[in-house]
Design a protein around this ligand. Structure first.
Ligand code: 0YR
Ligand code: MG
Length: 396
């Protein structure tokens, strides 16, 4: 793996820019991998999850011109389920990809996603996470072959830079002094004007007290979004929203169970706090249900859970057509979102969680609260050789 990573980068730099002149470039290998990267804090919790590592579970795809592409999904570093994803890549998708033209990724997406046998066992879940990894690797290859960063390959940058909001200051496991201290430092020393705070205590009054103290410390100019990670029921969310009236909450993310379209629609109608969701949705059809029901204001696709970039673009276009802003999930845990947000006209705000960035050849960078535009050819998904040697896990 490590050698592959270095070879991939060298080849990407040597790749001639410009059109392929109709040559087909064959897929010669598809190799899954698992990395368990330690968080920058020892452990964190939101209302639903407690984790110590982030799982980067992916596919390394090599082509006949010597290029190597990387794509991955994100997990909570649970090895048995990570291996279900890599098994799907190795045993279900690789045989469908070997010998194919790597540049044909629209057709290849359909070949994998609509394969009758695979569709039978999963239009979402494990098979879809594996599809995300493979699809992103193919886009990474396409941009490397073109010799440009993915955002440029997709059509170039929107005029405005992408604003970063910091979630790493606001975990539910932080006590109030830590929450306030980290938030104040992010705003006053690092230049963030947007932050996101986790909520979801058994008594929503606890969250109100934390947010009121934070609002008082930071003043009215800082945008504070909150994230419930699907914990509360509808009456609890409604009680919370009533109590939060004067706190100027920018959005309420995943207030309810992830798939509950009717519940989110009811909540959206009963509060002026905008509803945000999408990081747990696997398909454009799921997004379509929420958008059609008026159940979402900020649309939050995740390329590592949708079937990769190919399906993300459909979701972003759906939001755009409905004049809804797109604010993708975690730009650090899926660097691809920086490229997609730099390019797509409905984007403008992106989550910042700095856990895994330093394990990649081109780390994501935020300056004065804005994401820097990636410069290297590809999708910024190539892990460092050292990441494989230090944090790689056996596939069986
Ligand atoms: C930890 N961002 C999120 C982490 C975070 C989750 O489970 O994955 O809190 O990704 O909800 O918006
Ligand atoms: Mg979230």
């Amino acid at each position: 793996m490590g050698r592959g990573s270095q070879a991939g980068q060298a080849a990407a730099r040597a790749a001639p820019a410009g059109p392929r002149k109709g040559n087909t470039v064959k897929i010669v290998s598809v190799d899954p991998f698992i990395l368990h990267l330690p968080l920058t804090s020892d452990s964190i919790s939101d209302s639903t999850h407690s984790i110590t590592h982030w799982g980067v579970v992916g596919a390394r795809i090599a082509t006949s011109d010597g290029l190597v592409g990387y794509g991955f999904t994100g997990t909570h570093a649970h090895l048995p389920s990570d291996r279900l994803v890599t098994s799907c890549i190795a045993h279900c998708y690789a045989p469908l990809l070997l010998g194919e033209d790597a540049g044909d990724h629209a057709r290849l997406w359909t070949k994998l996603a609509r394969n009758p046998a695979l569709q039978w066992v999963g239009r979402a879940g494990i098979t879809h996470l594996a599809l995300a990894a493979v699809d992103v690797a193919l886009w990474d290859l396409a941009a490397k072959r073109a010799g440009v960063p993915l955002w440029q390959h997709l059509g170039g940058a929107r005029p405005a830079p992408v604003e970063a909001y910091n979630t790493d200051i606001g975990w539910l496991s932080f006590d109030l002094p830590t929450l306030i201290d980290k938030s104040a430092r992010a705003v006053e020393e690092e230049g963030f004007t947007r932050i996101k705070v986790k909520v979801g205590h058994a008594d929503p009054g606890t969250d109100i007290a934390r947010l009121a103290a934070l609002r008082q410390r930071l003043g009215s100019a800082v945008r504070i979004a909150i994230d419930g990670n699907g914990k509360w029921d509808l009456p609890t969310c409604q009680r919370f929203c009533t109590l939060a009236r004067d706190l100027d909450i920018f959005w309420f993310e995943e207030p309810l169970w992830y798939d509950d379209v009717a519940g989110h629609a009811k909540l959206a109608r009963s509060t002026s706090i905008p509803v945000a969701l999408g990081e747990q949705l696997y398909t454009v059809d799921a997004f379509n249900a929420f958008v059609s029901a008026g159940a979402v204001a900020y649309v939050q696709p995740d390329v590592t859970r949708l079937g990769g970039i190919s399906e993300y673009i459909q979701v972003a276009d759906l939001a755009h057509a409905n004049r809804l802003p797109v604010a993708p999930h975690a730009g650090e845990m899926s660097q691809v979102h920086v490229h997609l947000s730099t390019w797509h006209p409905a984007s403008g705000i992106l989550e910042y969680i700095p856990w895994i960035k330093d394990q990649f050849e081109e780390p994501i960078a935020v300056r004065d609260g804005l994401f820097a535009r990636p410069q290297q050819p590809g999708a910024s998904t190539t892990p460092k050789a050292e990441a494989f040697s230090r944090f790689g896990k056996p596939l069986s």
